[in-house]
Ligand binder design. Structure first.
Ligand SMILES: Nc1nc2c(c(=O)[nH]1)N[C@H]1C(S)=C(S)[C@@H](COP(=O)(O)OP(=O)(O)OC[C@H]3O[C@@H](n4cnc5c(N)ncnc54)[C@H](O)[C@@H]3O)O[C@H]1N2
Ligand code: MOO
Length: 405
């Protein structure tokens, strides 16, 4: 049986998902964590107007000399407008209040002596300020129309603050794809249950939901179904009514009850663009993809480590692209101790970073079995070993895939 190359299936998944990418216009207050699809520009200069950095007095610097009393002609508060400052006078001013036209410096209240504060007061200062002292100039942060956030930026709190300050009410962002997860297996029980004979705890939906969410997706539903006829189809019908993508696990190999493959590999049942088969990859050999009701369905194998590896290697970057996120950067590494690898399929071994200057060094964690999920939890990377390589030695550089943190 000829096995499909990993890169070919990766590309097929990317092509299947590409059309669901979409841009939304969204309130800045709802945009945390989303990725901008266009550049956002400031609708106003920042600061919006010349304003005071201190509570104190706005003056013309040239009018100030030690011991000279200036009449205080107005008191300007943040949120109010200021009258122009006549020559030889001072304005009381608060932090953030507009600097009156004609004033060119602010003297903090601590360096002033106001006599009879209020109507008809005067103020003296210890020294002449420099022109511009404690005045926050309009546009000194950003000019109106200047780029405030570049396209392709994952919006962090600092970006949201800057956008709001610059009067940007809404931004264009890549929509997070709605992902539904369906895992299959009559043996699966929730972690809260006491296990009956033959049952195991269900883990793939938990891992897949976290993986999808950390790569730009919004997980809209999670379902666990048995292997009986009809159950999977019912859930799939439901999921494809609301989701942009469905991820499934299990039911794709060669057994007598393979609900996912049985339904989706059979084009007479309604699936389109269907491909089910084996990849030249381990773990993650049996795979499938199709459309159901027009919605992309990516079918991963059931073994828990196969699910992790398949997602990281095949699905992760395609999902990120839909959400406007860049692909995760690949690296190269050296394994610390000699390791053997079976020929014929690309192997993805679990590994853990073990230091190294420049090229990271990685120790292999556990064996290759795709059921070893507890051991896999100790890994933080995958090490890719080419199908032609059977002996990995510490002098060889091989591709490293960081696992989702
Ligand atoms: N005759 C053959 N048998 C198998 C082949 C093959 O090529 N020929 N491939 C093997 C490989 S490799 C894999 S991987 C599995 C994939 O099988 P399925 O995708 O059909 O998955 P299941 O049979 O449903 O489950 C496999 C394994 O994983 C456990 N599992 C399933 N779902 C979950 C879950 N949500 N949480 C935790 N554990 C789960 C399940 O109990 C099985 O032990 O097929 C091999 N067989
Ligand atoms: O290819 Mo399966 O995913 O090893 O166990």
């Amino acid at each position: 049986m000829s096995r499909r190359p990993v890169v070919e299936h990766r590309s097929a998944i990317a092509a299947l998902l590409r059309p669901i990418a979409a841009v939304d216009q969204i309130d800045v207050g709802d945009a945390y964590g989303l990725v901008t699809a266009r550049t956002a520009t400031a609708t106003t200069a920042l600061p919006v107007f010349d304003n005071s950095q201190m509570d104190g007095f706005a003056v013309r610097a040239a009018d100030v000399a030690e011991g000279v009393a200036l009449p205080v002609v107005q008191r300007v508060f943040a949120g109010s407008a200021a009258d122009p400052l006549p020559r030889g006078t001072a304005s009381a001013i608060m932090t953030g209040a507009p600097v009156p036209q004609g004033a060119d410096a602010v003297i903090p209240v601590e360096e002033s002596h106001e006599v009879a504060a209020g109507e008809g007061s005067t103020v003296t200062f210890d020294a002449r300020p420099s022109v511009g002292a404690f005045v926050r100039r309009a546009g000194s942060d950003i000019a109106a129309g200047e780029v405030i956030v570049e396209s392709g930026t994952t919006l962090a709190p600092r970006h949201l603050g800057a956008l709001a300050a610059a009067g940007v009410a809404a931004v264009s962002v890549w929509r997070r794809p709605d992902v539904a997860i369906i895992v299959t297996g009559s043996e699966l029980a929730p972690p809260s249950a006491s296990l009956r004979p033959g049952q195991i705890y269900e883990s793939n939906s938990v891992a897949l939901a976290a993986l999808a969410a950390s790569h730009g997706a919004k997980v809209v539903s999670v379902a666990v179904v048995g292997d009986g006829p009809g159950e999977f189809r019912e859930r799939l019908d439901e999921a494809t009514r609301s989701a942009d993508v469905v991820l499934t696990s299990g039911g794709v190999s060669a057994g007598e009850r393979e609900p996912v493959r049985d339904l989706l590999a059979d084009s007479s049942a309604g699936a389109t663009e269907s491909w089910f088969g084996a990849l030249a990859m381990q773990p993650g050999g049996p795979q499938g993809l199709s459309r159901w009701q027009g919605v992309p369905v990516i079918s991963l194998p059931g073994n828990p480590v196969s699910v992790l590896v398949s997602f990281e290697v095949l699905v992760r970057d395609a999902l990120r692209a839909v959400a406007g996120l860049p692909a995760v950067a690949g690296e190269r590494c050296r394994v610390v101790s000699p390791t053997t690898s079976p020929p014929g399929k690309t192997q993805f071994l679990r590994g853990r970073r073990a230091g190294g200057d420049g090229v990271p060094r990685v120790e292999i964690v556990g064996g290759p079995g795709s059921h070893l999920i507890a051991t896999a939890a100790r890994a933080d990377v995958l090490v890719e070993v080419d199908a032609a390589v059977t002996e990995l030695t510490p002098d060889m550089e091989v591709p490293l895939w960081p696992l989702t943190p």
